[in-house]
Design a protein around this ligand. Structure first.
Ligand code: AMP
Length: 173
């Protein structure tokens, strides 16, 4: 099996001092590693009714998963990008806040979806996405990440939703 951890590059002090950015570009540039990451994510959960992927690196893993399962791909986008009627969720960042949106008609009532992103840190982004899914009267069976930063409270923030991650790194918040 491909060692995925060797395909993640640490970039210190990006995008600002004190943050170690986990760069997935080496993984994406290695087709065997990229394919293995998608295989491993797909194996963690049962086929959902749809894949909700978080802008923007969540799209990279969410799209092949949706194709693999043969289910709709639903992008959760930053405010102002979706052209149709939307539902919105505001969430806190370290400084300030941000907003994610889903098209109001993107999920059917009662659908059971999987949410996908590249990395779990504090969990604020994924928690907002789960709330968006709930706004459309759908449910989340699990949230999938390639990378989980442990020690920032992300997993606890998403409880009781099931969290699956392929690589875990301990960090201090
Ligand atoms: P959070 O809402 O705190 O869980 O942050 C998760 C989002 O921020 C994900 O969409 C990640 O792509 C991005 N992110 C946060 N911290 C890092 C990091 N150290 N390296 C790479 N991406 C990160």
């Amino acid at each position: 099996m491909v060692d995925l951890s060797s395909r993640i590059r640490d970039i210190p002090d990006f995008p600002k001092k004190g943050i170690i950015f986990k760069d997935i570009m080496p993984l994406l540039s290695d087709p065997a590693a990229f394919a293995s990451a998608v295989d491993q994510l797909a194996a963690r959960v049962a086929k959902p009714d749809a894949v909700v992927a978080i802008e923007s690196r969540g799209f990279i893993f969410g799209a092949p998963l949706a194709l693999r399962w043969g289910v709709p791909f639903v992008p959760a986008r930053k405010f102002g990008k979706l052209p149709g009627k939307t539902v919105r969720q505001v969430y806190s960042l370290e400084y300030g806040e941000d907003t994610l949106e889903l098209h109001a008609d993107s999920l059917s009532k009662g659908a059971c979806v999987v949410v996908v992103d590249d990395l779990l840190a504090t969990g604020g982004t994924a928690a907002a996405t789960i709330q968006l899914v709930h706004q459309l009267s759908a449910t989340v069976s699990a949230v999938l990440f390639v990378i989980e930063l442990e020690g920032l409270g992300g997993r606890a923030k998403l409880a009781p939703t099931t969290v699956e991650s392929l690589l875990r790194y301990k960090v201090t918040g």
